[in-house]
Design a binder for this molecule. Structure first.
Ligand SMILES: Nc1ncnc2c1ncn2[C@@H]1O[C@H](COP(=O)(O)OP(=O)(O)O)[C@@H](O)[C@H]1O
Ligand SMILES: [Mg+2]
Length: 612
């Protein structure tokens, strides 16, 4: 499964039909209002033409009219000039007011439907993200994913609604105005429309360029976000190594890159408007010359001419809008392509059909001839075999990079193995319901993540239904009370974005309390005490000893006492099980790996411990 997201355009960006089929389910729930919105856009567009149209009678009957001319209307005699002089301006105001009301309804509906669609997309996208495998997070940068998450659904949905609405209003605006043109003089209309046509052709040439710039700035945007995240996450390293300048320079380079992209687009697109204006003015000049001829030869009234020229001038805006809309439509499809590329990614690790429920461990956990690789053809675990009995504590030791963390991360199926099997009581873990499998395993890492919230909330993540008595019990067992009592709000103390207000050892104990509440039968400790100083390590170790009671434990540690107290020790070297046995057994292997490790690493600890 390839989880790597592309930086720019997804392969689907130009499969319009496919994308529309994909987005339709999101439009469907708001379909009624979307259609209403489009229907309202029709009169909204047409009203421009009506104003232009009204100029003809105004000119012909009011300005150039005869005061004596009358109409007979339902038995009444109406003086046309006086009547129209009053009605037309009033009508124009009424129309404008009506257009205003429609515009308001229109923008309300556009915002409503656009946001509904975009929010539904985001909710599903977030669901997708939370269900992706660990691998997805290994291979994609946070900036890239974040940019996709924050901006693409907006572009793909909000803009699409906005655009449809603009499109309909514009098309009907054009139709109305062209209708007025034709009504006044078809000859002039042909000239006018032809010139308009010429004026917008350059827009179509620009589309490719715009797309490539929009992709490039997407990449730069992603890099910026990554840079930003690293400044947060890697803040200490940045400060310790005085990397502020480097980070700033990186950011400046990125922002300059973005500037250049924007300018290159403006350079290419900026002359569009002036050219369009010039071409249009040529058109208007031709129309005027020819129009004068038509008027003088009596084929056109002055009112028609005025109404015509007004329509032509009004035509400029919708024509330009249409050009722009067609151009940004490309961007919408690109965004949709990127959104649905994410949607089409399915986590490879899922609950199988007819899944078994895992309810605790009865006999053993067994790795059978396990082969595993992160990257294709780079084996990490090779023919790995290990059987761990219920309630046994097994220590995994070996050189760094040997595969210890990998072994334990296979148990909750963070990753799936290539071949072989991992079995709980003889059943392959891939047969179990994923949630129930993970409910049976607790993890304590070296650096434990605390969520934004109180200490209580963080502990309750182990088991949200825990009673107050349970909480008190684990707080004591995890040796949390001694430092919690120093806080004013106690267990309800808020821990920051990453729980950074707590020390490493304190955070560790919160994580242990969380694991205790979860009360899973299998416990995995991956270097849980490695980052701690001696004093906190001793406290955390006491907490861990409480956690480990009557559990099946995989412990990866550097602490000799932990390893010595384990029932058995597995030495993992370059992805293979090198040695397996008790401390004494392994020490008796001449030139053994454990013996070597012990002499290199653990002996000093023993001496320190003896001296203390
Ligand atoms: N998420 C990952 N993606 C790719 N390779 C990885 C990943 N995690 C670990 N590795 C590689 O797998 C090997 C074993 O790593 P690991 O299990 O972390 O070793 P240990 O815990 O024994 O130090 C190393 O070569 C490491 O580079
Ligand atoms: Mg490790």
């Amino acid at each position: 499964m390839n989880y790597m997201l592309k930086n720019t355009v997804s392969k689907d960006a130009f499969r319009y039909k496919y994308l529309l089929e994909k987005i339709f389910p999101y439009i469907k729930p708001v379909l009624g209002r979307s259609i209403l919105n489009l229907i309202i856009a029709i009169p909204l567009g047409l009203l421009d033409g009506i104003v232009a149209l009204s100029l003809k009678p105004y000119m012909d009957y009011v300005i150039n009219g005869n005061p004596e001319q009358t109409w007979t209307f339902m038995g009444h005699t109406v003086y046309i000039q006086a009547w129209l002089a009053a009605v037309i301006p009033f009508g124009i105001v009424m129309f404008a007011a009506f257009q205003g009301v429609l515009k308001y309804i229109n923008s309300y509906l556009t915002t409503w439907t656009g946001n509904k669609i975009s929010n539904a997309l985001k909710v599903d996208l977030f669901k997708k993200l939370t269900n992706m495998d660990t691998r997805f997070y290994d291979v994609n940068s946070s900036g890239l994913v974040l940019t996709r998450f924050l901006s693409d659904p907006e572009t793909a949905s909000k803009n699409v609604i906005q655009m449809l609405e603009t499109f309909v209003a514009t098309i009907f605006g054009l139709l109305g105005l062209v209708g007025v043109l034709l009504y006044n003089s078809w000859q002039l209309a042909v000239i006018g429309v032809a010139v308009m046509g010429i004026a917008i052709t350059p827009v179509t040439f620009l589309r490719k360029r715009i797309k490539s710039v929009s992709n490039a700035s997407m990449v730069v945007g992603g890099n910026m976000t990554t840079n930003f995240n690293e400044t947060f996450g890697g803040n200490k390293i940045m400060t310790a190594y005085n990397l502020q300048k480097t980070q700033n320079r990186k950011f400046e380079t990125q922002i300059n890159e973005q500037f250049n992209l924007t300018m290159s687009l403006t350079k290419r697109a900026g002359w569009m408007s002036p050219i369009m204006y010039t071409v249009c003015s040529v058109g208007i000049a031709i129309v005027m010359a020819f129009g004068t001829h038509l008027i003088l030869s009596g084929q056109l009234s002055a009112g028609s001419f005025m109404s015509f020229v007004t329509s032509l001038l009004l035509l400029y805006k919708p024509t330009k809008t249409l050009g722009n809309t067609l151009t940004s439509l490309q961007g919408v499809f690109v965004a949709m392509g990127r959104v649905f590329e994410l949607f089409d990614m399915n986590p490879a690790i899922t609950t199988p059909k007819n899944a078994l429920a895992l309810n605790g461990l009865n006999n053993s956990i067994e790795f059978k001839n396990v082969n595993f690789e992160y990257e294709k053809n780079i084996p990490v675990l090779k023919e790995f075999n290990l059987k761990v009995r219920k309630n046994e504590t097994i220590a995994l030791v070996g050189n760094s990079g040997g595969g210890k963390s990998t072994v334990v991360s296979l148990l909750p199926r963070f990753y799936d193995i290539k071949d072989g099997s991992i079995e709980f009581d003889g059943a392959d873990i891939r047969k179990f319901d994923l949630t129930s499998l993970r409910n049976n395993i607790s993890f304590v890492f070296q650096d434990n993540f605390l969520f934004t919230g109180s200490i209580r909330e963080n502990i309750l993540m182990g088991n949200e239904h825990a009673s107050e008595a349970d909480i008190q019990r684990v707080i004591t067992m995890a040796h949390l009370d001694e430092f919690i009592s120093t806080f004013e709000s106690g267990i309800d103390t808020f821990v920051g974005e990453r729980g950074i207000t707590l020390s490493g050892g304190q955070r560790q104990r919160v994580a242990i309390a969380r694991a205790m509440l979860k009360d899973a039968p299998v416990i995995i400790l991956d270097e849980a005490t490695s980052a701690l100083d001696n004093k906190s390590e001793a406290i955390v170790q006491k907490a861990l000893d409480n956690l480990m009671q009557n559990k099946t434990v995989f412990v990866i540690a550097h602490r000799l006492s932990t390893i010595k107290n384990a029932d058995r020790i597995a030495v993992i070297n370059a992805g293979e099980l090198a040695e397996l046995g008790t401390h004494d057994e392994l020490m008796n292997i001449p030139d053994g790996k454990y013996k070597h490790l012990y002499e290199m690493q653990f002996k000093n600890q023993e001496l320190t411990q003896l001296n203390n």
